[in-house]
Design a protein around this ligand. Structure first.
Ligand code: HAM
Length: 439
């Protein structure tokens, strides 16, 4: 071996040179632009965490924890691991710094490397990069759908075509034990045809057979009972509401009754996005609800959901295609619903406005209009879009200018054009310079 080639990058870890790095930066800019528009703020957590954090959150009998973590001993014999994913670190950080006490709903996003000791191949690295988003503080299905909407908007804006979205429900502590038992009984019957891993986990964690890396185990599991057939009323209605909202904002999806995701912290709704140029096993992105994780790590009982997307896999899917440059978000809008009937129409409008490039958020806490206006003010919203029974009956939306206090009612189908007119000046002119919000 020549002297120059004596040192090589660690297997499954890549070097990125300037030509490639420009593409990475463009993709990351797209992620930041999408996340900011949805009201998510950036969080940066350490690459190393105590091993115990991942064991408690991802689960002791998952592939990630059993065999994929890079773990080492620190001083005093403490065990540390390179982060294999971002969710556990985000929850740990928010708990440590008392963030949940100060905010009813925490929304954050992250970009950065993750580490898993997997067998390297196309789209599967030992150091890979994720864009992820987490929303903690609400159990409403609309929050799950907001995250899916953000994820798909990012993929579309990055130029990825041919993606498909699959959703499922893995149940909750109320309905999952019954399902686990049924599955365990079924797997016992076919035990001699399972791989060694699935046989070992049959009693401790039978759900893992549904996403075993071994196709014949998945096939066998596919003939057994599915989580969706054992859901409790809460999980069923959560899934049904999420499906209705997905259709409401025009996102096509399928139900994949076999999807359980490879991490144990999930409850209720889970989802995955697969893309072109990758096998069915290799999702571009995945996520779901993890309503028990904050409590499990010693915090309050808070509903939560999130996703992360593998940037290497998007770049493979994009092939040579150019990534369009990202623009700064337009405006700063808050959508307020006066009464429960207005929530869904407002949620659909919210998605539309974000897709048009607006910074826009809404309330998931079912608070009074007064409380929502207070929050809009705190967030520095330039305009609040209000809909209550009166507007619903008239097919209009009230736009309140927060600086002047002036209110104008406009027909629903004219909201985006009206806002675009007031926010882009001179008429037909340019969007504001990078990084600058217009109120
Ligand atoms: P995950 O499904 O383990 O979920 O990973 C998310 C994405 O990271 C995958 O869909 C894939 O694109 C990418 N990925 C995973 N492993 C590799 C690898 N070895 N090489 C390249 N890309 C990879 C999570 O990590 C959860 N934290 C998602 C989440 C956030 N759930 C709730 N919040």
């Amino acid at each position: 071996m020549s002297q120059e080639k004596k040192y090589r990058a660690v297997k499954g870890m890549a070097d990125i040179f300037p030509e490639g790095a420009a593409r990475w930066r463009a993709l990351e800019d797209r992620a930041v632009s999408a996340a900011l528009r949805y009201g998510y703020g950036e969080i940066r957590t350490p690459l190393v965490e105590p091993t115990e954090l991942f064991v408690r959150s991802i689960g002791e009998t998952t592939d990630i924890v059993e065999k994929e973590m890079f773990t080492f001993a620190g001083s005093g014999g403490k065990s540390f691991s390179l982060r294999p994913e971002g969710t556990a670190g985000v929850v740990r950080a928010c708990l440590e710094h008392g963030v949940f006490g100060q905010n009813p709903l925490v929304r954050c996003f992250y970009l950065g490397p993750m580490f898993r000791r997997e067998r390297p191949q196309a789209g599967r690295r030992r150091q890979f990069h994720q864009f992820g988003a987490e929303a903690i503080g609400s159990r409403r299905p609309a929050l799950d759908v907001e995250l899916i909407d953000l994820l798909l908007l990012f993929l579309e804006e990055a130029g990825l075509e041919g993606w498909s979205l699959a959703v499922n429900s893995v149940g909750c502590p109320r309905c999952r034990p019954g399902y686990r038992e049924q599955l365990g009984v079924y797997l016992e019957r076919v035990e001699d045809r399972l791989c060694e891993n699935c046989r070992r986990r049959r009693e401790t964690n039978p759900l893992r057979t549904l996403d075993c890396k071994n196709p014949s185990c998945r096939e066998l599991a596919g003939e057994g009972p599915k989580p969706v057939d054992s859901l409790c009323p809460d999980c069923s209605s959560h899934l049904a509401s999420a499906e209705r909202l997905l259709s409401g904002i025009g996102l096509p999806y399928t139900i994949d009754p076999m999807m359980v995701r490879g991490l144990d912290y999930y409850t209720s709704l889970v989802f995955e996005v697969t893309g072109p140029a990758l096998g069915a096993q290799d999702a571009v992105a995945g996520g779901g609800r993890y309503d028990n994780l904050v409590g499990e790590l010693g915090g309050p009982d808070l509903g939560a959901a999130g996703f992360s997307v593998g940037l290497e896999r998007i770049l493979i899917g994009l092939a040579e295609k150019e990534i369009p440059p990202a623009a700064a978000p337009l405006g700063r809008l808050y959508l307020a619903a006066a009464g429960p009937e207005a929530f869904e129409p407002q949620f659909i409008l919210l998605s539309k406005l974000r897709r048009r490039g607006f910074w826009a958020v809404t309330d998931y806490g079912e608070r009074s209009l007064k409380a929502q206006l207070r929050e809009a003010n705190k967030l520095g919203a330039g305009r609040v879009l209000i809909r209550g029974p009166e507007e619903l009956a008239a097919g209009t939306v009230k736009i309140k200018d927060m600086e002047s206090g002036k209110e104008t009612s406009v027909p629903e189908n004219e909201v985006t054009s009206t806002l675009t007119r007031c926010l882009i000046s001179p008429p037909g002119g340019l969007v504001p310079p990078e990084g600058e919000f217009r109120r």
